[in-house]
Design a protein around this ligand. Structure first.
Ligand code: NAD
Length: 309
């Protein structure tokens, strides 16, 4: 029986599956108590985290008994992967298990922001009837969706967007232009700057690594089509939020949906409050009832399998 420490929320039936075989500490608040986390880490043979537990530095050093780190999600920017490898620690992400939730979030945000009529509840309830002001909303079909990062999530977004009649263009730094994945997905491959300049809706699905940090700076945002929409569900530090707010306030951009931030939880921000056509969500695009279940059971199964070796 191995000691498993789970420091963030996990589907409770998947936790029960782990508990049936192993000695489990499940405490979704452990991530917020660094000294207790470090103390518990010393005896852990497996650690299961989401995106907030920073598996590096002191915590990594405390994981002296640990063999495996399960990640309830896909981005690995909160884990020092080379450091884990040096210590013989296997890192297991839930690749693909939350792609559909993120993709549905992207499509919903795109449709809401293109049409622009869903933020009128208060005005309608006040009897203002802003029908003329909202009459220029755009249809989704026929508009161009640009995808930066054509991995699991990017490809799922393309599938949904094609079903709605959108034209889809994509750029991925790792695939050749003639890679079969583009043709198979009915997507045109283009260079980064072409995708930025041609998209009515631009959505980012890259990991946070040195090559993507600051990718959407003021200069790149300025290259976007007037009235275009930017959606970031990838990671903070990829979009320059000050430049984005300024592009929304000047009406250069038609809207944005931002799910991920440089600092999370996001502290109160005056510049984001009342910024026009900006949808903000608390890093939730990948988390739905169904994806939480898929992600949690996938990681429970893989961690059990690894510990049984
Ligand atoms: P993935 O590894 O399947 O795909 C990422 C793609 O980005 C790869 O194809 C890679 O080649 C490409 N890429 C890397 N660097 C690039 C660059 N500089 N320019 C263009 N393309 C580049 O990952 P995924 O499952 O599609 O997830 C993508 C990211 O989304 C994750 O790394 C994570 O940070 C984020 N994510 C967020 C949530 C959320 O809830 N907000 C949920 C899941 C994933």
């Amino acid at each position: 029986m191995a000691r498993i420490v789970i420091s963030e929320f996990m589907d409770e039936r998947a936790v029960a599956q782990l508990s049936a075989r192993h000695d489990v500490l499940y405490d979704p608040k452990l991530v917020d108590d660094q000294s207790r986390l470090l103390a518990e880490a010393k005896n852990a043979e497996a650690l299961i985290v989401r995106n907030r537990t920073q598996v590096r530095g002191e915590l990594l050093a405390a994981l002296t008994q640990c063999r495996v780190v399960g990640r309830l999600g896909v981005g690995l920017d909160n884990i020092d992967v080379p450091g884990c490898e040096t210590r013989g620690l296997q890192v297991i992400p839930a690749t693909g298990a939350n792609a559909l939730s993120v993709a549905e979030y992207v499509i919903t945000a795109a449709m809401m922001l293109l049409r622009g009529v869903y933020q009128s509840s208060a005005a309608v309830a006040l009897g203002q009837w802003p029908r003329n002001a909202l009459a220029n909303g755009r249809e989704t079909a026929g508009s161009t969706l640009g995808i930066i990062g054509f991995g699991s999530i990017g490809q799922m977004v393309a599938r949904l967007a094609r079903g709605l009649g959108m034209q889809v263009i994509a750029f991925d730094a790792m695939y050749d232009r003639d890679a079969s994945v583009y043709e198979e997905s009915g997507v045109k491959c283009a260079g980064l700057l072409e995708v930025i300049a041609q998209s009515d809706v631009l959505t980012l699905h890259v990991p946070l690594v040195e090559g993507t940090r600051g990718l959407f700076n003021a200069e790149r945002i300025a290259l976007m089509k007037p009235g275009a929409i930017l959606i970031n569900t990838s990671r903070g530090h990829i979009v320059d939020m000050a430049a984005l707010v300024s592009a929304l306030r000047s009406n250069h951009l038609g809207g944005a949906a931002i799910d991920v931030f440089d600092v999370e939880p996001l502290p109160a921000s005056e510049s984001l409050q009342n910024c026009p056509n900006l949808l903000l969500t608390p890093h939730i695009s990948g988390v739905s009832a169904e994806s939480n279940e898929r992600v949690s059971f996938l990681i429970a199964d893989k961690v059990i399998e690894y510990l049984d070796r």
